[in-house]
Design a protein. Structure first.
Length: 87
């Protein structure tokens, strides 16, 4: 991993970034931060309101998609010999 990415990953783990993604508000903060850093015009800022408004639909789509993703990863052996499971 390049040094810059090593630094980012270290910061992510030390500050438990993934814990923030447990809530719509946390995802919204992450998207707002991304919106502020990227150089092209985007509409990420304020996305938490859209996520909250469509949460039930997004949740259903994710629950349908995730088992298929696990099958795909296992089929391609993307995780080495480790098999993923969905509970």
């Amino acid at each position: 991993m390049p040094p810059r990415m090593q630094s980012v990953v270290k910061h992510m783990t030390q500050n438990d970034w993934f814990k923030e993604y447990e809530t719509v508000e946390g995802v919204g903060v992450a998207l707002d931060n991304i919106a502020a850093r990227i150089r092209f015009t985007n509409t990420f800022s304020g996305a938490a309101a859209d996520i909250a408004r469509h949460y039930t639909e997004l949740d259903a789509m994710f629950l349908a998609f995730f088992p298929e993703l696990i099958k795909h990863v296992n089929k391609l052996d993307l995780e080495g010999a480790h098999r993923l499971s969905h509970k």
